[in-house]
Design a protein around this ligand. Structure first.
Ligand code: TMP
Length: 215
């Protein structure tokens, strides 16, 4: 067997999309997935809460059932633990790229900023569940809460989080921006009020840089 056949695959990259509800992430997640695939990578496109059969069951509870704030945070991290073990870690180890619609920054923004759970408790859960893993790149879709609210489709039933008031989303947005400043090297803040094409072009520029970067 030659040396090259013995080599472990180069670890894949993890990209996360974040932002308050109504920020317009979905279209860009699909476009980014296609873009990275066109560049020859195998991409696992996934979401949180969710991404495995068990985590999707937890998602259903989390989005539709009232519960204690700490229960909510613990279930978010329980579903994340499952998602990491079943999907994210194996994919990265195979050399695949992972694109996730939300990850731990959402827990800081929603349970921490929005609901007011002490940040130190979330940091403890993060240390427990993924002490050595952070996304390589995080796109934070940022826009005023009023604009995001107007975008949420008025004709469909809103889930538990989408029904929250303006103050909740302003606090979530502020926590997202605080984290973007604290962890600036991995965050790219996207002005989500702009047209889809303009945002898409900006994302492709950043994705191109990551595709060209060293493993
Ligand atoms: P989605 O609708 O973008 O898929 O996200 C589901 C909802 O769950 C969204 O309102 C944000 C919320 N959420 C949290 O509150 N904490 C978390 O850790 C995650 C991942 C999502």
């Amino acid at each position: 067997m030659s040396i090259s056949e013995n080599k472990l695959p180069v670890r894949g990259k993890m990209i996360t999309f974040e932002g308050i509800d109504g920020a317009g992430k979905s279209t860009h997640i699909a476009m980014a997935t296609e873009f990275v695939r066109r560049h020859g990578k195998t991409v696992v496109s996934t979401r949180e809460p969710g991404g495995t059969p068990l985590a999707e069951k937890l998602r259903d509870l989390l989005l539709h059932q009232d519960m204690h704030l700490e229960t909510e945070a613990l279930l978010m991290f329980a579903s994340r633990r499952e998602h990491l073990a079943q999907v994210i870690e194996p994919a990265l180890a195979r050399g695949d790229w992972v694109i996730s619609d939300r990850f731990t920054d959402a827990s800081f923004a929603y349970q921490g900023g929005g609901r007011g759970l002490p940040i130190a408790k979330l940091e403890a859960l993060e240390q427990w569940v993924h002490p050595h893993l952070q996304p390589d790149l995080t796109f934070l879709f940022d826009l005023p809460v009023e604009v995001a609210r107007a975008r949420l489709d008025a004709t469909r039933t809103l889930d538990k989080f989408e029904q929250e008031r303006t103050g909740f989303f302003n606090r979530a947005r502020a926590e997202y921006l605080r984290r973007a400043a604290q962890f600036a090297p991995r965050f790219r803040v996207v002005d989500a009020t702009r047209a889809v094409d303009a945002i898409g072009a900006q994302l492709q520029g950043w994705l191109g840089e990551l595709l060209e970067s060293r493993p």
